[in-house]
Design a protein around this ligand. Structure first.
Ligand code: DHE
Length: 545
């Protein structure tokens, strides 16, 4: 089905591990391979397969592919599977033209050998990579520029190894800053001064927005592959501690907030919610509690949400909450008390109470929920709700989030909206807005992936209006022009969209007037290469979504 193909494409991005040196042992029961063949197959595995099947091939969204299983199946069976795919989401590598016959044969033999293991990455390894470009005592003591910092956007330039800082008031690019490869997200310190940017290659950059021209002040590599970063937000701990989670090695690290000096590394390997050992629980979303000096850390494959108390790193107190698999992205409800996070392989939203530090509820939603941070608003009938769209179907689930005044609706899907189609990645609104924006970035139909659906929160039954964002951008070439990730400005009266084409094609950012829903400004610049995520300083700092 088209949506599982989108899911496979989404998960199947190249892993930076492709280039890593690895420990290798061959399996005498597996068909022979030359050293060159093995090296080539390993490269292909990390570029195409590891995202779903895991580095150690223990399985995640894709099936486990360890030799104890693959040897029994044998080369011919495996070749058929690789060549033609399966309805469950395995891509058809041969018939799609991505692999030739020889590559199919190569990969069928490769997965019968033991999985090579990438190296570990210790605190000392991290410290060896750390750079303090500007030591703390040489940094400004007050804001040295005239920017309205709270309305700056940090924009991921995915395939450029940079981010763009864009002035939300003037729409001018302030600067393009060198970061890790294929940056994933940006997060703000509690004060809004420091911007943390994490690359897929696990390079973490610290940017000081107080500088005359904001730039990197420190940098560290926290592992070999990463997606998440966050900073301490609890009163008294503002800007003090940073945390980054890695896909490989499966661990997270706590650091000094202003120097990135690593202080404590914690592994996530261990038992999953079914009490089975998992050697590779990747760290997905991390959020910072507003109620306690704690981080919430999603361990994807074990289905456990870790609560990490950062007040005493020597006597570190952590708690693991059993939830559902596989944990991915999420955000807070409007009150900031509940962490709402997707367990995407089980079609559920997990609710964690950050005040009581416990599981509050697990809610069944549509196929492969993918909320980003989700969207909070007051439903005219059901009170406060948090919404997610789905990667796997056209549904949008609205979940009641007010157990005090709307007990009957709390942690229930109170309404399911129908959007344009599957392949949705992000959904957004703002406390000052009555619009709910839903993207469909990975939908196979270009008309749908290049446009956005917008609902009127006060009249949800009316259905949605479609706005052709790619057309607003008026791009000169025929790129994919996928519209991705709505993000509001600080005032909540503009919503920004990325129009995302390949590296060698023109892309743009389209700013829409929230009230009239008309395209207001198109930001085009040859430096805006593959823009995807956009993070408004104020909204990210305060978890406004
Ligand atoms: Fe993301 C958030 C992982 C592909 C754009 N992405 C996240 C988070 C995780 C994650 C764990 C939550 C971080 C947090 O909150 O701490 N993403 C992954 C993957 O593993 C995956 C599926 C494949 C991969 O190999 O990376 C993947 N992501 C993508 C893309 O292809 C996207 C669309 C474009 C890109 O830039 O790579 C993409 N992901 C984003 C964005 C966010 C994100 C924009 C933050 C959304 C927000 O509003 O906060």
């Amino acid at each position: 089905t088209p949506t599982t193909a989108a899911e496979a494409q989404y998960q199947g991005a190249a892993s930076p591990l492709a280039g890593a040196a690895m420990h290798q042992s061959s399996n005498p029961k597996a068909p022979p391979m030359t050293e060159e063949e093995f090296a080539r197959a390993r490269q292909i595995y990390f570029e195409r397969c590891a995202g779903c099947h895991g580095v150690l091939r223990k399985g995640a969204t894709g099936k486990p592919l360890t030799p104890d299983l693959t040897n029994d199946k044998g080369t011919e069976y495996l070749k058929t599977f690789i060549a033609y795919g399966s309805p469950a989401g395995m891509p058809n590598w041969l018939t799609s033209g991505e692999f030739d016959e020889a590559t199919v044969d190569l990969m069928a033999r490769y997965i019968q050998h033991d999985a090579p293991t990438p190296p570990e990455f210790s605190l000392a390894d991290m410290e060896a990579t750390r750079k303090e470009y500007i030591p703390v005592d040489k940094r400004p003591t007050k804001k040295m520029n005239n920017y309205n910092i709270e309305n700056i956007f940090s924009v991921t330039l995915r395939d450029d190894g940079t981010i763009a800082l864009i002035d939300g008031d003037t729409k001018e690019i302030i600067s393009i800053i060198k970061t890790g490869y294929a940056v994933h997200i940006s997060r703000l310190s509690a004060s809004g001064r420091y911007l943390y940017v994490i690359g897929r290659d696990a390079r973490l950059n610290l940017i000081d927005l107080w500088m005359e021209k904001p730039d990197n002040v420190a940098e560290i590599k926290v592992g070999l592959e990463a997606r998440s970063v966050e900073t301490s937000k609890f009163k008294g701990w503002e800007d003090k501690i940073a945390i980054a989670g890695t896909y490989w090695p499966p661990q997270f690290v706590l650091m000094d907030g202003d120097t990135l000096k690593p202080k404590k590394v914690v592994g996530t390997r261990g038992m999953d919610i079914n009490n089975e050992y998992h050697p590779e629980p990747r760290v997905a979303a991390i959020v910072s509690s507003h109620n306690k000096p704690e981080f919430l850390v999603n361990a994807k494959e074990t289905g456990k949400v870790w609560m990490v108390d950062y007040t005493d790193l020597t006597n570190l107190k952590t708690k693991q909450i059993d939830t559902a698999k596989y944990l991915h992205d999420g955000g807070f409800d409007a009150s900031g008390r509940y962490f709402m996070t997707a367990a995407n392989a089980s079609d559920k939203i997990v609710v964690i109470d950050t005040k009581e530090s416990k599981l509050e509820a697990i809610v069944d939603v549509g196929k492969i929920p993918h909320p980003g941070r989700g969207a909070n608003f007051k439903h005219p009938k059901f009170g406060p709700v948090w919404a997610t769209s789905d990667l796997g179907d056209e549904g949008i689930s609205l979940i009641g989030t007010d157990p005090k005044k709307n007990k009957d609706h709390a942690w229930k899907v109170v309404q399911t909206l129908k959007g344009q189609g599957g392949g949705s990645l992000f959904i957004k609104t703002h406390p000052k807005s009555t619009n709910l924006w839903v993207d469909t970035t990975l939908n196979p139909d270009a008309k749908i992936s290049q446009s956005i659906a917008v609902f009127d929160i006060n009249n949800l039954d009316k259905g949605y209006q479609v706005i052709d964002i790619a057309a607003c951008a008026g791009l000169k070439d025929d790129g994919a022009k996928r519209v991705v990730q709505p993000e509001y400005n600080k005032a909540g009266d503009e919503v920004w969209f990325s129009v995302w084409s390949a590296k060698d094609k023109e892309s743009a950012i389209v700013v829409v007037d929230d009230k009239t829903r008309a395209c207001k400004t198109v930001i085009k610049d040859k430096r805006l290469i593959t823009p995807t995520g956009k993070f408004n300083v104020y909204n990210t700092q305060h978890d406004v979504y």
